[in-house]
Design a protein around this ligand. Structure first.
Ligand code: HEM
Length: 275
């Protein structure tokens, strides 16, 4: 069948930049809540745009994480590395974007903060999905979302899926490394704990297997990149709201500081002192 038939062209208008990217819909989604004497507070637009941009990057990251996991399952380490490189580049852009928000002073933020009610990045289901893929899972995080909602359905699915680390360990086993059964069949819901047996394997791998050592290095980059985001976010929070409580109900910066410095893949850090 000829999809390019003139009849078909007459019926459906040609695709344009605006129709393909749904520009009108996209541009209608920034709706400030503040009402000053001359309209919404100036900086609220930046706050909305930057959060929406983050959510789009989160969406893209999840899309790429699913691909990396699939490529490892298909024993395609080079392509997995290539995708990890893309993920790391996105993460760098995400960290750099915090600079823009840091141009907003505490008083500028206060001009509309009370209009946020309980809204906070703490409630971002896509951020929690990313954490789940990377092995930071919490049943409590799922329960915050309404039964049957998109967020809850996605979180429930990812909660029970193997993490990126699980996919990596199973890949290593297929590459001939003696990954213990207890690790290959570990409960994918549990946190990734350090394993002396896996560390022994990784030490050998780093010394003799350049291809897979490169893959490990990209996972370390990813781990470091996520920690970098958390560090930069908490610094931004400290300079914008100091020690005040968060709109999401937490202790604010004090809560966020507790999430810094916890590695996603502890074995990859532990072996540094053994090499
Ligand atoms: C002025 C800017 C910002 C301030 C003052 C701020 C403040 C906070 C605070 C206080 C928390 C702790 C939870 C709470 O009680 O609310 C938090 C969590 C969080 N924020 Fe922000 N935030 C800002 C910008 C952003 C941006 C641009 C993003 C990007 C999406 C973001 C994403 C997150 C995420 C994902 C969490 C949860 C972190 C976790 O639980 O480990 N925040 N934020």
């Amino acid at each position: 069948m000829n999809h390019q038939s003139p009849i078909n062209n007459q019926q459906s208008p040609a695709v344009t930049y605006a129709s393909y990217l749904k520009i009108d819909e996209l541009l209608s989604l920034q709706q400030p809540r503040s009402t000053g004497p001359t309209g919404p507070e100036h900086d609220e637009m930046l706050f909305i745009v930057i959060h929406q941009v983050y959510e789009l990057w989160f969406k893209e990251l999840l899309h790429e994480f699913d691909r990396v996991r699939r490529l490892l399952e298909d024993d395609e380490p080079h392509r997995a590395q290539h995708t990890l490189k893309r993920i790391l580049t996105i993460l760098k852009v995400m960290v750099a974007q915090l600079d823009i928000l840091e141009t907003m002073t505490p008083l500028e933020f206060l001009s509309f903060r009370q209009r946020l009610d309980a809204a906070s990045g703490f409630q971002s289901d896509q951020f929690r999905q990313i954490e789940f893929v990377l092995g930071v899972k919490s049943a409590g995080a799922i329960e915050r979302f309404a039964d049957g909602s998109r967020a809850r359905t996605e979180l429930e699915r990812r909660y029970h899926e193997p993490t990126l680390w699980d996919a990596f360990l199973r890949y290593l086993a297929r590459e001939g490394y003696a990954v213990p059964k207890s690790q290959l069949e570990r409960d994918v819901v549990a946190p990734v704990e350090p394993s002396p047996e896996v560390e022994q394997i990784l030490v050998t791998l780093y010394r003799r297997d350049a291809k897979n050592a490169e893959l490990c290095e990209r996972l370390v980059d990813l781990d470091e990149g996520m920690q970098e985001w958390r560090y930069r976010h908490v610094k931004m929070v400290e300079r914008t709201i100091g020690a005040k409580r968060g709109t999401g109900g937490s202790a604010g910066a004090a809560y966020l500081r507790e999430t810094i410095g916890r590695p996603l893949f502890p074995d990859l850090w532990e072996i540094r002192s053994q090499l």
